[in-house]
Design a protein around this ligand. Sequence first.
Ligand code: SAM
Ligand code: SF4
Length: 325
Amino acid sequence: MRDQYQREIDYLRISVTDRCNFRCRYCMPAKGVEFVEHSEIMTYEEILRFLRIAAGTGIRKVKVTGGEPLVRKGVCGFIRKVRNIPGIESVTLTTNGALLEEHLPELEAAGITGINVSLDTLDPEKFHQITRCDDFGRVWSGIHAAAQTKIPVKVNCIPMKGCNEEELAKIATLAKEYPITVRFIEMMPIGMGTGYARILQDEIKELLEDRFGTMELVDEILGNGPAGYYKIEDFKGRIGFISAVSHEFCESCNRIRLTADGILKPCLNFESRVNLKEEMRSGMTDEELERLLKNVIYHKPRCHAFGDETKKDIQEKRRMAGIGG
Ligand code: SAM
Ligand code: SF4
């Protein structure tokens, strides 16, 4: 359905867990965090019930994310069930990649339509500094194994000044060697991501063009949302940019979110008090839930307010892992 600003909302991002096997500096504190009690996490059955209702309002694309979705037991079986919901056309996964290789056969069998792997560096030492764990080898082999399947693969990298800026061209070469889309995603000032110095899209594009030649904007739909994609001669894959802050794309935003503990969020940037899980557990009927969802979609904020000091009190204060990135 359309919201009050005539945007077609057809994409739902679901965080299936707030837990993670990594501790990325921009996402979680070193000592971990107080995780949500198991009983407060949406069960798969609850999410599936909600998804059947959401498909009826026009949700067509689903992203399974986290925390780390592959640490939640039964996630491949859940994905298979989501694939089978009438109206749902694609189900993609965002993962840190450490457990990817072992899950690939099950993910393929479940009918996953795309896998995004987050990777900010190709240097195992730096990988340890960023993620506070030593799984670079597993992530690397996960990406290679996924590239051998028929599943479309994207690698998502957050460029950070003073951290991985020297490596961006090298990371982009993954798209030269494999039919993988490499996307540079701007750090958002949310949760522990505040205080990082961003590298702007135009700077990265210039750097890549110096190295690889002209980048030509392509008119292909390669993702669920508003990313700009480019092709470079001799590259098997594409290069993409998602720059929510410097190239704000709220006008064409098509997504809503469901957090691991069941909060329905129409915008990443704003706090939401719509507790879907509580409503379900207190006996709301499907018709009532549909009305609730339609109301949330209709009132989706016109735009995020990153950097707007006057809206600080209503902005999201949770960590990314609970919201799902
Ligand atoms: N654990 C999985 C992973 O890392 O891909 C899925 C969840 S993670 C929260 C989803 C994505 O959000 C990752 O690509 C991560 O790099 C990104 N992310 C985390 N904090 C961010 C921030 N402040 N700004 C932009 N992206 C962020
Ligand atoms: Fe875990 Fe993903 Fe957050 Fe890193 S970005 S700590 S892998 S949820």
